[in-house]
Write a protein that binds this ligand. Sequence first.
Ligand code: MD6
Ligand code: FE
Length: 217
Amino acid sequence: MTADLFESVAGLLPSREVMAEGAVLLRGFARPVEAELLAAISEIEAQAPFRRMFTPGGHQMSVAMTNCGNAGWVTDRSGYRYDRIDPGSGKPWPAMPSVLRELAESAAGEAGFAGFVPDACLINRYEPGAKMSLHQDRDEKDYSAPIVSVSLGLPAIFLFGGPRRSDKTQRYRLAHGDVVVWGGPSRLFFHGVAALADGEHPLLGRKRVNLTFRRAR
Ligand code: MD6
Ligand code: FE
């Protein structure tokens, strides 16, 4: 009885774990809107399919990407940048659905970044074995805005380092519905994603989808 009561109360409390100054992990924060998120992603994907882009160095990324919002992150032989136009279709990226924008804004508020208004949402799709090497997010104009990251589907090991590439990394398991809000002093910390382990997620199957909301310009 008491244990049941505790569990039902605990389920209502936002769980927050501080990863570093400015970086907060909100476990399960996106779960209440998971069905709406997946429906919105299907619609975006129908207009702007996932594709594996090339880095400026000529390597094809293992992660497949698409975008929604006024600015989409793209990479090709000429470099990394944000562009209003999807190079695949020559048309603007699909608009950011309000369920996505509202989730990002409320997570940012929960983490102390009230007033965050994203103009870009990069959508990453990982299949088993796909990974993202250690990097910094530095293609945005204004580093005072946080980045909100939403994980869906198979769990991944997120590697979170420090201001230098050589800094030791901490490992966080990001599961379906987990949201990381990241800004302030750790905004430019190195981070990456370890090769995705195979598995089967009840809603997404053999994949992980990550949404990152940014203020790009
Ligand atoms: C990913 N995420 O989780 C890759 N970057 O698939 C990122 O590279 C990332 O989650 C900046 C802020 C949050 C992130
Ligand atoms: Fe990143």
